[in-house]
Design a protein around this ligand. Structure first.
Ligand code: FAD
Ligand code: NA7
Length: 486
């Protein structure tokens, strides 16, 4: 620390990555400040400390997904002997769910503030911008304060993007608003078929709302496309509607309060329909423009938006970045947290351990979950060639689906491995109940160089979904049918 700098580390952005880094740095003895400021959404939604995950991301999403699963379980419960009202008499109350979710978030915000105080991290509810390479200006309602520091960490994350069509910002909402919406969403159009779009449409349908997804090109770009299509088919089976190869043109409010959306398909044909809610899940924009990075000399990546780093270090050696602002890195909470912690251990703890962005597991919390780790089939073929990989696959029947006669049509898994030797596993994909819980352990196994041989020598847990991975023996190459014996 030079004699002019007040802090060892100033973190801009109090979300997943920023808070993890700040707390770890303070624990290592550094003097740390975190700036966090939430600009309200175009609709006016705002929230407290903790960033996207806690307030408008993973946490409220998982809670609403769980609510939708409970609805499904209630229906199943009848066939397991519970005496419940007829399905049409079981009603869900959006406002009660919204309140419960928001209460949970508020308590998480509170716990975060206490935690920062206990860990001696200075929290400043202010918007940060660079004044020069060693000074950040913190703008609060009361005024502007300059903070000098030895190191800076940019962890500002991103916010939803709106398409530039009439009415989008005025009448549309995004994931920033849905979890605190003050009325029930009603008939909803979700524009965008990335994972945020699919998850939102999935839980809304599960809670009883008419839900439609508008897909511009493909579903779940970047994910294994065979799995993505099965996820989509499973959602269709549950009643989510898909508008394929369509783009929105405008959103307008009818005199009756409904939102009229106009769109075109790939042949230019025009359509329109009325909805109660239009949710844009058309990707996210990193919040770098607002930071005045030019004053610090930090360069943006070639997309003009994100930051390219080498081991989280920007082109300005004492300025670092983690989380969703990083160029071509997975936008996931545990990724931001892990990278942030490892970084400050290197800065303040003498560690040499670098972050690995390879083989990071993730789960899409659609009604039937999709968990995966490692390579997609497309990427494996691209990297190794179709002749050098083996793909094992199977449909399976979760035991608990049998009594309520739930559809097993989309319960499917796939293991992608090198073809030679012990067959090192390159990717694992699972669609089914609790996929998130299942795939986490296998991600650890892949870190330990899991092979197909080892997988097949693992004794399964019966009856569990995860055991299906220990039984895979049908390769795509064999052409044998991957359906379980009935
Ligand atoms: P953020 O958590 O976004 O935090 C950045 C913070 O910085 C924000 O509070 C922001 O307001 C603040 N900020 C921005 N600019 C400034 C500034 N100039 N000055 C001061 N403060 C500023 N990930 C998962 O792993 N699992 C999931 O299930 C999952 N579900 C998701 C669901 C949704 C709907 C969304 C939108 C995201 C989801 N994610 C999920 C992604 C996850 O939320 C992000 O990857 C994670 O929050 C990124 O952390 P971060 O630290 O980079 O940024
Ligand atoms: P993604 O994964 O970037 O998906 C955005 C989706 O929106 C995708 O299907 C896009 O289609 C579609 N899109 C983008 N722009 C438009 C317009 N203008 N009109 C119609 N459709 C459009 O974003 P998410 O919000 O799901 O998630 C972003 C990250 O946040 C994700 O990595 C998570 O970690 C959290 P395309 O495939 O480009 O044709």
């Amino acid at each position: 620390k030079s004699k002019h700098s007040k802090y060892d580390l100033v973190v801009i952005g109090g979300g997943s990555g920023g808070l993890a880094a700040a707390k770890e740095a303070a624990a290592l003895g550094a003097k740390v400040a975190v700036l966090d400021f939430v600009t309200p959404s175009p609709r006016g939604t705002k929230w407290g400390i903790g960033g996207t995950c806690v307030n408008v991301g993973c946490i409220p999403k998982k809670l609403m997904h769980h609510a939708a699963l409970l609805g499904e379980a209630l229906h199943d419960a009848r066939s397991y002997g519970f005496r419940l009202p007829q399905p049409e008499n079981i009603k869900h109350n959006w406002l009660l769910l919204r309140q419960a979710v928001q209460n949970h978030i508020k308590s998480a915000n509170w716990v975060t503030r206490i935690d920062l105080r206990d860990k001696k991290v200075e929290y400043i509810n202010a918007f940060g911008t660079f004044k020069d390479p060693y000074t950040v200006q913190a703008t609060t309602k009361k005024g502007v304060k300059s903070l000098t520091s030895k190191y800076f960490l940019i962890a500002v994350g991103g916010r939803p993007r709106y398409p530039s069509i009439p009415g989008a910002r005025e009448f549309g909402i995004t994931s920033d608003d849905i979890f605190s919406l003050e009325h029930d969403p009603g008939k909803t159009l979700v524009v965008g078929a990335g994972y945020v779009g699919l998850e939102c449409a999935g839980f809304l349908k599960g809670l009883g709302f008419d839900s439609t997804i508008m897909v511009r090109s493909i579903v779940l770009r970047g994910f294994d496309q065979q799995m993505a299509n099965i996820v989509m088919e499973a959602m269709m089976e549950k009643g989510v509607q898909f508008l394929h190869k369509c783009i929105p043109k405008s959103v307008a409010k009818n005199p009756n309060g409904k939102l009229q959306v106009k769109w075109t398909n790939s042949t230019g044909q025009e359509f329109n329909d009325d909805f109660d809610t239009v949710l844009f899940a058309t990707g996210r924009k990193a919040l770098t423009r607002e930071l005045c990075l030019d004053k610090a000399g930090v360069m943006l990546a070639r997309d003009g938006e994100k930051i390219e780093t080498v081991n989280e270090q920007t082109n300005v050696p004492h300025i670092y970045a983690v989380g969703d602002v990083l160029f071509k890195k997975p936008e996931l909470t545990p990724v931001a947290i892990h990278a942030g912690r490892l970084l400050v251990r290197r800065l303040f703890g003498g560690s040499k351990i670098q972050m690995s962005y390879e083989n990071i597991a993730t789960t899409i919390f659609t009604p039937l979950e999709y968990g995966c780790v490692g390579l997609s089939e497309e990427t494996a073929i691209e990297r190794f060639g179709a002749d050098n990989i083996e793909i094992y696959h199977s449909y399976y029947k979760p035991t608990e689906f049998s009594i309520p006669q739930r559809s097993i049509a989309h319960c499917y898994l796939k293991v992608i491995a090198k073809r030679d030797g012990q067959q090192q596993v390159l990717g694992m994909h699972l669609i089914g109940p609790q996929a998130g819980e299942v795939i986490q352990g296998f991600a650890a196994a892949i870190k330990c160089n899991l092979t197909v041989n080892a997988l097949l020598n693992t004794v399964g847990i019966h009856p569990a979904v995860a055991e299906e991975f220990t039984r895979i023996n049908i390769t795509k190459r064999s052409g044998k049918t991957p359906f379980p014996a009935s």
